[in-house]
Design a binder for this molecule. Structure first.
Ligand SMILES: [Zn+2]
Length: 304
């Protein structure tokens, strides 16, 4: 499932490949992919003739900003991909929505399992949504503007790679929580964009056991985890994301980060730091990988 680095890679690719292009036609092959506006025919009519101004990302969602200020959101979820196909590329049976561009290329939304969702929203005010302020100011910002894009992101936590995501802010958010760290890192209202892969990687890098609770971290551990979260996400972006099944960049090519991961899906293999075998446990129904030596458990007897 695409997480922050994968979605960021797709957004950067699209910025390079389709910023400035005009959408001349949209065809929806699977109506339920369209979240807003409905029905799908209305979405297709409203996006037709729109010009793409720029493409970026919020949380795990690709944002396609249009010249007229509207924003198309693409949540890739499990198997979604946005791929730019050169003119004449054979049709893709898994393309759920196809945007024909004015130069003959197609921007294809491909999604084998069909969990992804696309919305088209009135723009404006997006910057203020979740940009490091409290819930109260977010509500004010959303209520003041005519836009509805805030609905998409109002429940999301801070962006971990933003400058405003400081150690102090992270410490403050952790201090109030008694949840297990693995579950907390996956909670999109706590921190945006981190999923199973990068949560495991960050905890390993910070040498913190995934079952530790947030409020037990000391100052040094908070600092390590803050740095680790940001570093694993940045590395993921540099390596164009982790491809295990369907994820590809907008150029259609898989990323290089999967083979560079330290613990995720490395159960039984030696820890890159100490050589001990990586173990797998299930936390909140999610596979969790860690080194039992580098990441001592919350109870002393667990560490053997
Ligand atoms: Zn180790």
């Amino acid at each position: 499932m695409p997480e922050l680095p994968e979605v960021e890679t797709v957004a950067r690719d699209l910025q390079r490949l389709v910023a400035g292009a005009r959408i001349v036609d949209a065809t929806v092959h699977w109506d339920r992919t369209i979240r807003h506006p409905q029905p799908a025919e209305r979405f297709a009519a409203e996006i037709g003739d729109a010009t793409i101004r720029r493409v970026d990302r919020r949380a795990k969602t690709v944002l396609v900003h249009l010249e007229d200020g509207r924003v198309m959101t693409v949540a890739l979820r499990m198997t979604g991909a946005l791929i730019v196909a050169p003119a004449g590329t054979p049709p893709d049976p898994y393309a759920r929505v196809v945007f024909a561009l004015d130069d003959g290329r197609e921007l294809r939304y491909r999604d084998v399992r069909k969990f992804g969702r696309i919305g088209l929203w009135p723009g404006g005010g997006l910057r203020s949504v979740g940009a490091g302020r409290g819930a109260r100011s977010r509500r004010v910002a959303e209520g003041a503007g005519p836009y509805r894009i805030g609905e998409v992101f109002s429940g999301h936590g801070p962006e971990p790679l933003r400058r405003s995501f400081t150690v102090a802010r992270f410490a403050e958010r952790l201090a109030r929580r008694s949840a297990k760290l693995k579950a907390l890192l996956l909670d999109q209202s706590f921190i945006a964009g981190v999923g199973n892969i990068y949560a495991d990687e960050a905890l390993w890098r910070a040498r913190i056991h995934p079952l530790r609770t947030a409020d037990t971290l000391d100052e040094r551990e908070v600092r390590r985890l803050h740095r680790a979260v940001r570093q694993v996400l940045r590395d993921g972006i540099v390596n164009r994301g982790s491809s295990f099944s369907d994820y590809v960049g907008a150029d259609g090519a898989p990323g290089d980060n999967a083979e560079r991961l330290a613990v995720y899906r490395r159960t039984g293999e030696p820890c890159l730091r100490c050589g001990r075998r990586i173990e797998r446990i299930v936390v909140g129904q999610r596979s969790t990988h860690f080194c039992p030596r580098c990441q001592p458990g919350p109870v002393a007897s667990d560490t053997t």
